[in-house]
Design a protein around this ligand. Structure first.
Ligand code: NAP
Length: 490
């Protein structure tokens, strides 16, 4: 992988993925003089999830002045919640201005990574050949392997059908009868757009989401100019947004509490104001606790499902037929096109790349009892292997980029130790076990497990191996620095 490789052809760090995680990691490695490094990216450009999810209406649901890298501020975000093209362009701009482009191999997928114990390095097998690296940092993310539902007859559908994360822009959905399965974070954004353009839209809802107002708006050019002239104002705004979102975590949002009931009352009020029809309101009212599934933000969804050209179908789907969807009560919805807003295979997706650690042990074996990693970053038996946004480090209440930056700092500490001459750094097994026990204990009575819903947060055994069960501040305290006493050095 020249010219980024060292003289011996061995990279100091191979970074997988050019989304927010990979870009942040690469920039910080270079700033700290850690090299040579290279980034491999399966897609054709920078952006990760923000390059893949191009469905109409795609936008962030954390305010952009917070949903951006702390060391790469942008004064001129055009909206409170930027849309996908602006976020993708932002990240591309950050990568370009930091000189990352020559280090990135686009269209390159990591197939397998094997720890070579004798040489203390990783052999990364990509679809474009082998790369040798002292360390691998996976910035591959969890939400990018589309989960298509196991509904009978899925392949029989005669018209175009695709997943929200693989939007087919060549298909003109205007003036067609369109169906969309799912009412999660992706659906909530795409439904208002489809409702505007399609001749008819049928929304297939299995479980109604809790929805709060988004209050999205354009940021006036004068304010953008002020942020550019006085960076302190932009920093203050970022801090304000952080604390506003962090507050629920500080008052214990992870358990069913008085705060849960208050939030439910607010969301019900939003629903009552937006939907006068009692029957429709009942269909849209969740029967599980607020926060059990990801809470959604939208100013448009309730209006969209009340349009004359939109049907909210809450029955159970029996099968997909060539010209539509058949419900178990026999109702048939005739459709020209079908959109799957059915989410991602988080657990299966994270094991798609085979990772073989010390003694030939596979990551899939290490995770047979559920995904786990110390601080969500390092796994015992897998020296010099680091995961960004790994197990139990997802959050729904604040900016995930804050979590990424904490992890990048932790990984940098480890990489600096390697740069000083250690061959391998590996989390001590008891340290990881203690950490995972702490997380599992916290999860036991958490809203995600006790809130009366199922979600992608939980694995097949009903365990939450995806979310961090506390505040960002608590994670910062826990993970920001890599303590050498937690690690074994060779
Ligand atoms: P999701 O939250 O997992 O939602 C999937 C939807 O599909 C759910 O409504 C689910 O119903 C439904 N579904 C799945 N299988 C079904 C079946 N067999 N029959 C009927 N319905 C079925 O997926 P997502 O909306 O793509 O969001 C995934 C995550 O991506 C989010 O939680 C969020 O972290 C991230 N995201 C973020 C944003 C953003 O604004 N920043 C936007 C999009 C996505 P049930 O609820 O009944 O399971």
């Amino acid at each position: 992988m020249s010219p980024a490789s060292g003289t011996d052809g061995i990279l100091a760090v191979l970074i997988v993925g050019a989304g927010f995680s990979g870009v942040a990691m690469a920039i910080r490695c270079r700033e700290e003089g850690i090299g040579p490094i290279a980034v491999i990216e399966k897609g054709a450009g920078i952006g990760g999830t923000w390059r893949e999810n191009t469905y109409p209406g795609a936008a962030c649901d954390v305010p952009s002045h917070l949903y951006s890298l702390s060391f790469a501020p942008k004064a001129d975000w055009s909206r409170l919640y930027a849309k996908q093209p602006e976020i993708e362009a932002y990240l591309r701009g950050v990568a370009e201005s930091h000189g990352l482009m020559p280090l990135i191999r686009f269209g390159t997928t990591l197939r397998r990574a094997v720890w070579d114990e004798g040489r203390a390095l990783w052999r990364a097998e990509t679809d474009r050949g082998e790369v040798l690296a002292r360390a691998i940092v996976s910035g591959a993310g969890g939400l990018h392997h589309p989960a298509l539902p196991a509904i009978p007859g899925r392949d029989d559908f005669a018209g175009p059908s695709f997943h929200t994360a693989a939007w087919d822009h060549s298909i003109d959905l205007a003036s067609r009868a369109v169906g969309i399965i799912g009412t999660g974070a992706s659906a909530i954004q795409v439904v208002p757009e489809l409702a505007r353009s399609a001749a008819h839209l049928t929304v297939f809802q299995r479980t109604p989401p809790w929805i709060m107002p988004k209050n999205d708006r354009a940021i006036p050019p004068e304010r953008q100019a002020r942020y550019a002239r006085h960076p302190i104002l932009r920093r203050l705004e970022r801090a304000r947004l952080f604390w506003r979102l962090e507050l629920p975590a500080l008052v214990g949002f992870t358990r069913v509490s008085k705060v849960t009931a208050q939030a439910e009352a607010m969301a019900r009020h939003h629903l009552r104001k937006a939907v006068p029809d009692k029957d429709l309101r009942r269909k849209l009212t969740p029967t599980y606790r607020f926060g059990c599934k990801r809470v959604l933000l939208s100013d448009e969804y309730y209006a969209a499902v009340q349009q004359d050209t939109v049907t909210l179908e809450t029955g159970s789907i029996a099968r997909i037929v060539p010209d539509g969807v058949e419900m178990i009560d026999g109702t048939r919805h005739r459709l020209d096109a079908l959109v799957y807003a059915t989410g991602f295979d988080v657990v299966g997706g994270s094991l798609r790349t085979e990772v073989v650690g010390r003694g030939g042990r596979r990551l899939a074996e290490a995770w047979a009892d559920g995904m786990q990693a110390f601080q969500g970053i390092t796994v015992s038996g897998f020296p010099n292997y680091f995961i960004l946004l790994g197990p139990n480090t997802g959050i729904g209440h604040n900016s995930i980029i804050a979590m990424i930056e904490i992890q990048v700092r932790h990984v940098l500490d480890c990489l600096k130790t390697l740069a000083k001459g250690s061959q391998a750094i590996e989390v001590r097994d008891p340290v990881q076990t203690r950490f995972v026990e702490r997380i599992r204990n916290r999860m036991k009575e958490s809203i995600w497990q006790a809130g009366g819903c199922s979600s992608w947060y939980l694995d097949a055994k009903g365990r939450n191996t995806t979310l961090w069960p506390d505040s960002v501040l608590a994670y910062r305290r826990s993970a920001r620095r890599a303590r050498l006493s937690d690690y074994r050095l060779d």
